[in-house]
Structure formats: structure tokens, C-alpha cells
Design a protein around this ligand. Structure first.
Ligand SMILES: Nc1ncnc2c1ncn2[C@@H]1O[C@H](COP(=O)(O)OP(=O)(O)OP(=O)(O)O)[C@@H](O)[C@H]1O
Ligand SMILES: [Mg+2]
Length: 468
């Protein structure tokens, strides 16, 4: 390939003149190496410095009419060997004159350097300049010629063409280099953008898991502190319930014995006390108060348990190989009763291998998801679809519902502990954060995809083997 650095020098010259004797003269001046050497010396004496290129001599081609000259230029271009320059005579009857010839030549090769040779002009110079938008490609040589003039013109213009061409090639090289660089930068930029995106995602996952971890630690502490008092309060309440029942029985017995009290005053005092204390109301209210208290405490205990699970402080973790489908089926059996009035449960199980996991905890995740799905479905009957599948060394489980969907602004918060959109008493907002903790412990992922009004898909991805 021609690059500007290894370009061969172009010393090809075309002479277009109708007079054969002129060709002879030019050949003597330009085609003769001895003459060239001689002129070399003259030039060195005149201009100083080395003239190595000159000694290489010129290749001189002849044409005797403008049309012939044009044909030669076309041939040379086709052969990839363009002339560096042409000397063109002004008057060349019967064919084109110099101006016409030059116009034709430049149409083929706009870079061709031209010297127009003339003794007298049929045109004014102004006219010539106007007709040939000359620029810097045209020089004028007036007859009679001086050999050194001809030689120096040839020398300078071939070099000029060479330099112009080199500059163009260099420009093209530079453009290619810039293009290459730009592409490189573009692809580096793309890679960078992709990396930044990836990092951002990673960061947000990290933030989420750090957030959960710190909340988890706090929760673990709180859960631990609450667990004991809740335990004994619950047991005391049970005992208290028994005692109160006994006391009420005792009071009933005393009431039954009132008839055998001799003193009317005592009977009247007891009656007024009974009225004042609203004993009948107490009798009715106490058992339901006790029942509510117990239920409240059971719920507190469940929350504490959830918090402990969420915070992963559960000490006896039992990693075992288990069939997820069995776990899912068992879980559906437990929650099925609540769910089946609201939704059809569709199972689309794939062929998945057993995985190394904490089965009871995964069951809890499934339970949370199924209950959430059912709660999202509302009054109109919907569908809950449970799908499983395998992808490489991971299995996935999807729980999809046709429920309300999750608003965009909530989607990033659903795994936060205590985030709930449900009325007080219906949701604590722990289900998903506990699930997140469990899935995380399995070194898996849980993600939600949702469209408001259409439904939600939760997807869990778990490694088949628990590494570590
Ligand atoms: N399948 C679902 N469809 C619509 N919204 C959902 C779904 N699952 C979860 N959500 C939203 O995420 C919130 C958090 O869910 P999460 O299970 O953590 O708590 P909760 O169900 O509100 O309470 P809890 O599970 O503790 O009883 C829900 O309140 C609800 O707004
Ligand atoms: Mg829930």
C-alpha cells in the first residue's frame, strides 16, 4: 500500500507541443542524466544545498496535440502512474489550444501541475486566469526558453505534486488514525458505561444487603431481648387465665351460697358491690380480654421469631439436600385453605435437581410469597402460578400472581423490613425482608417484576450446591 512515507518519487512529465523540435530540446534538458548532473551543479551553485532528487532524472513523455495529451493522461491515471506535471504549448493547430487542453486535463487529474508555454498570447492573461480557475497549479513560461528555467520548473513542480500527494496521503493516514482512535475511545466508552451500570446495580444490591445486615443485627438484638420476657409473659398469661377462671368459678359458688347468708345487710352490701363492679360484665369481658392478650402475645412471639430468622441468628441451621417441589407442596397445603377461596393455584414445575438448602426456611419464603400473592388478588378471583426450572448450576422458582401489582415507587422498598402497604394488623412488612435474608443466606437472589393492575412475579434463583 502506498503510504506517504514510502511513496516512490514521481518524476513523470508530459510535454504537449505540436513542434517536434521543442520535444528534442526538452529531452535534452530533462531526459539526459549527464545534462541533469551538469545542471545539478548549476543549481547547486545558484541555490546551494544538495539536489539528490534532480540526479534521478525525469521520465519525459511526448504528445503533439491536446487530444493526444489527454489520452496519455487518462492512460497514466488508469495505470496508477499519473504524471507529476505537464508542459502545454499555447498554440497547437489544428487541435485544441493550450487553454482548452488544460481544462480537459484538469477534469481528469485536478492535481496535475501545469506549465503553459507561450511566445505570445491569443488570450489576455486575465482571460486565461478567469477561464482556468487556476489556483496554484499553473505556471507560465514564456518563449524563448532557458534550459535552467525549464529544468527548475520541472524540478519544483514534480516535487510540489509529490508533496501535495504525500500531504493528502498523510492526511488520509491521520484521518484513519483518528477514526481508529475514535472507535477505540467509543468502544472503551461503551465498555465503561456498561461497567458503570453494572457497578451501580452491584452497589444498590450491596446497599440493600448492608442495610438489611445492619437492621438485621439490630433486630437480632431486640429480638433476643424481647424473646425472654415475651416467653414468660405468655406463660404467665396462660396461668393467669386458669387462675381467673378458677376465681370466677369461686365467685359463682359464693353467689350460689348467698341465699344461705342470714344477714340481710350483708346480702344487700354484696348486691350493691356486684352492681357497682358490673360483675356480670366482668365475667363476660375477662375471658375475651385474656384471649386477645394471648393472641397479641403469640403475634409478638411470631414477629420476634421472624426477626430472628431475618437476622440469620438461627443457630441450628441444617443444610441438607432437598426436593424443592415437596417443600412447595407442603407449604401450599398449609396456606392452601386461606388461599383457595381467592385464587387458583397453578403449578408449572420443571425438572429440577435436589438442592443443598435449609428446607424449612425456603418453605417460609414460599409461604410469604404465596400469602402476599393471595393478599394482592383482592375480591375478584385470580391466579397464582408457581413455576420452577433449572439454569446451569442454579434453580429458579417463580411465584406469579394476577393481583394488584406494585407501584414503581414501592418496588425498591418491598424488601425493607417493616415496609408494608397493608392495614395495621394485616401486615407487619417483614415477610419479604425475612425472605430476602433467607435467600441471601443461600447465596441466591430474589427479584420482583411488577405491573400495576396486572400482577407481580417474584423470582428466586438458588445455587444447586451451597458453596461454603
Ligand atoms: N405479590 C404482591 N403483589 C402486590 N404487592 C406485593 C406483593 N408482595 C409484596 N407486596 C408489597 O410489598 C409489601 C411488603 O411485603 P411483605 O411480605 O414484606 O410485608 P407484608 O405482606 O405487608 O406483611 P407481612 O408479610 O409481614 O405480613 C406489601 O405490603 C405489599 O405492598
Ligand atoms: Mg407478606
Amino acid at each position: 500500500m502506498n503510504t506517504w512515507e514510502n511513496m516512490a518519487p514521481n518524476r513523470r512529465i508530459l510535454l504537449i507541443d505540436d513542434m517536434p523540435s521543442i520535444h528534442e530540446d526538452f529531452r535534452k534538458v530533462l531526459g539526459n542524466p549527464a545534462r541533469a548532473a551538469e545542471l545539478d551543479e548549476v543549481e547547486a551553485a545558484l541555490f546551494g544545498g544538495g539536489t539528490q532528487a534532480v540526479a534521478a532524472g525525469f521520465e519525459l513523455d511526448s504528445a503533439y496535440q491536446g487530444q493526444e495529451g489527454l489520452a496519455k493522461v487518462c492512460q497514466s491515471l488508469a495505470a496508477g502512474q499519473p504524471y507529476a506535471m505537464a508542459f502545454v504549448d499555447m498554440r497547437m493547430p489544428p487541435g485544441w489550444d493550450g487553454i482548452e487542453t488544460i481544462e480537459q486535463l484538469w477534469q481528469q487529474d485536478p492535481q496535475l501541475q501545469i506549465v503553459i508555454c507561450t511566445a505570445y498570447a491569443d488570450y489576455s492573461w486575465d482571460e486565461i486566469l478567469r477561464r482556468l480557475a487556476v489556483g496554484d497549479r499553473l505556471l507560465i513560461l514564456k518563449k524563448p526558453f532557458d534550459a535552467i528555467e525549464v529544468f527548475q520548473l520541472a524540478n519544483a513542480l514534480t516535487a510540489k505534486r509529490q508533496l501535495t500527494q504525500q500531504a493528502a496521503l498523510k492526511m488520509a493516514d491521520l484521518e484513519a488514525a483518528v477514526h481508529e482512535r475514535t472507535e477505540g475511545i467509543q468502544s472503551a466508552n461503551n465498555a465503561l458505561t456498561a461497567e458503570i451500570m453494572e457497578r451501580k446495580q452491584l452497589e444498590s444490591r450491596l446497599v440493600q444487603s448492608e442495610k438489611l445486615a445492619s437492621i438485621g443485627q439490630l433486630a437480632a438484638g431486640v429480638a433476643h431481648e424481647i424473646n425472654n420476657p415475651v416467653g414468660f409473659v405468655l406463660s404467665n398469661v396462660s396461668t393467669l387465665n386458669d387462675y381467673v377462671e378458677d376465681l370466677l368459678n369461686m365467685i359463682s359458688a359464693y353467689e350460689g351460697a348467698e341465699a344461705s347468708i342470714g344477714s340481710a345487710d350483708v346480702v344487700a352490701a354484696l348486691k350493691s358491690l356486684r352492681v357497682r363492679l358490673e360483675l356480670d360484665h366482668l365475667r363476660e369481658d375477662i375471658p375475651s380480654l385474656m384471649k386477645e392478650t394471648r393472641e397479641g402475645l403469640v403475634r409478638v412471639r411470631q414477629i420476634v421469631q421472624d426477626l430472628r430468622d431475618f437476622s440469620r441468628v438461627d443457630s441450628h441451621q441444617d443444610w441438607q439436600w432437598a426436593d424443592l417441589h415437596r417443600g412447595i407442596d407442603a407449604t401450599l397445603n398449609i396456606v392452601g385453605n386461606d388461599v383457595k377461596y381467592q385464587a387458583d393455584i397453578i403449578k408449572e414445575y420443571g425438572a429440577i435437581p435436589e438442592i443443598e438448602c435449609l428446607p424449612s426456611q425456603l418453605n417460609q419464603v414460599i409461604m410469604n410469597l404465596v400469602i402476599n400473592a393471595a393478599q394482592a388478588i383482592g375480591k375478584e378471583r385470580g391466579k397464582i402460578t408457581i413455576r420452577t426450572g433449572v439454569a446451569g448450576d442454579q434453580v429458579w422458582i417463580e411465584v406469579a400472581d394476577t393481583g394488584s401489582g406494585i407501584a414503581k415507587e414501592n418496588l425498591s422498598r418491598i424488601f425493607d423490613p417493616f415496609f408494608t402497604t397493608k392495614p395495621v394488623g394485616k401486615g407487619t412488612g417483614l415477610g419479604l425482608s425475612v425472605s430476602y435474608g433467607i435467600v441471601h443466606k443461600h447465596l441466591g437472589r430474589i427479584e420482583a417484576q411488577s405491573e400495576v393492575g396486572k400482577g407481580t412475579i417474584f423470582r428466586i434463583v438458588l445455587p444447586v450446591r451451597h458453596p461454603g
